[in-house]
Design a protein around this ligand. Structure first.
Ligand code: ATP
Length: 310
């Protein structure tokens, strides 16, 4: 369904007196991955690893500096695609506080000039039912809704556009713990009901383990490890992945608990030379001053000098 090749994004961060950029921050560096139809593809990594930047590029919010994106066989260019929609972390950021729920859900349909007024109303009611909301919310404003209800409205806003690919950027982290599981369960039901494909961006490896088929682990804009989720969580290869897995509250087994993430993530404005993870890695050795390539190893991809290409 989706094929991303050699994607990079540089943000200008310093400008000369004429306003010309003189310094860039490399938020995403040479990232390639594919997402199969009807699967869940997770992107994990600490804050600042470039996850949201990839999501924003896929939605057309940012333009990539280099690289190409193929969606259902055609090149994605410019300002987004109706069939790719994004659910943001904070529903308040996607809902206008001055507009009713009906207005918000219908907005995309009006912009896309989809259907007559009656058809739009019918579709809104159908989607409202799918996200388990009742008709009485249509006349309400966001401040009259709970966090969970607002996220359901934000999901409905995407679903009316009949997307094929939904990008979920930390879809539950702004919600109360008690509602998080409800929204995740709803998303998995909607995936079946509407034959959706998901890209799930999250810090929560437990969620990744339970919901996703494939996982990409990112660090300072680069892919560190990528492959089937079950294998990545049960047998992480990269020292960074090992540390992330060891931090999962209930999944730690004795041998994994030997690993922990020490120190702070370096500034992306001044990343370490060679392997970006070497400053926090228990296994770092002289070779790590050279950047390791992303290699195929035991049925997945890993970027670490501990593993030799086979
Ligand atoms: N518009 C921008 N201008 C300059 N730098 C940016 C911009 N957007 C993101 N960045 C920087 O790019 C890097 C990657 O950010 P990004 O938001 O993609 O990371 P993330 O992994 O999604 O983190 P988080 O979980 O905090 O959202 C960060 O260092 C961030 O400060």
């Amino acid at each position: 369904m989706l094929k991303v090749e050699n994607l990079s994004k540089d943000f200008p961060v310093e400008f000369d007196v004429f306003g010309r950029p003189v310094k860039f921050l490399r938020a995403v560096q040479d990232v390639s991955f594919t997402v199969e139809e009807n699967t869940v593809f997770s992107i994990v990594g600490e804050s600042g690893s470039g996850k949201s930047t990839i999501a924003r590029i896929l939605c057309g919010i940012h333009k990539p500096t280099t690289g190409s994106i193929q969606f259902m066989g055609t090149a994605l260019k410019g300002s987004g695609h109706r069939e790719i929609q994004m659910v943001f972390q904070d529903p308040d950021s996607s809902l206008d506080p001055r507009k009713t729920v009906l207005f918000s859900i219908e907005e995309g349909l009006r912009i896309q000039k989809m259907g007559s007024k009656e058809e739009r109303r019918k579709l809104v009611l159908e989607i409202l039912k799918a996200v388990r909301l009742t008709e009485d919310v249509l006349s309400k404003y966001p401040h009259q809704l709970s966090g969970g209800q607002k996220q359901r409205v934000a999901i409905a806003r995407c679903l009316v556009l009949r997307p094929k690919l939904l990008i979920l950027d930390e879809p539950t982290s702004a919600l109360d713990v008690s509602v998080q599981a409800q929204i995740l369960n709803l998303l998995m039901e909607l995936k079946r009901e509407f034959a959706l494909t998901y890209i799930l961006i999250t810090h929560d490896l437990k969620v990744v383990y339970h919901l996703s088929d494939h996982t990409m682990v990112m660090y300072l804009g680069q892919v560190m490890e990528m492959g089937e989720t079950e294998r990545i969580i049960q047998d992480p290869l990269h020292p960074y992945t090992k540390a992330l897995v060891a931090a999962i509250p209930t999944a730690g087994t004795d041998n994994l608990n030997d690993f922990s993430l020490k120190g702070e993530i370096p500034s992306p404005l001044n990343p370490p030379k060679g392997c970006p993870f070497k400053t926090r890695c228990d296994f770092a050795f002289s070779k790590c001053d050279e950047k390791p390539p992303l290699i195929d190893f035991r049925g997945r991809k890993v970027r670490c000098h501990l593993y030799a290409e086979v």
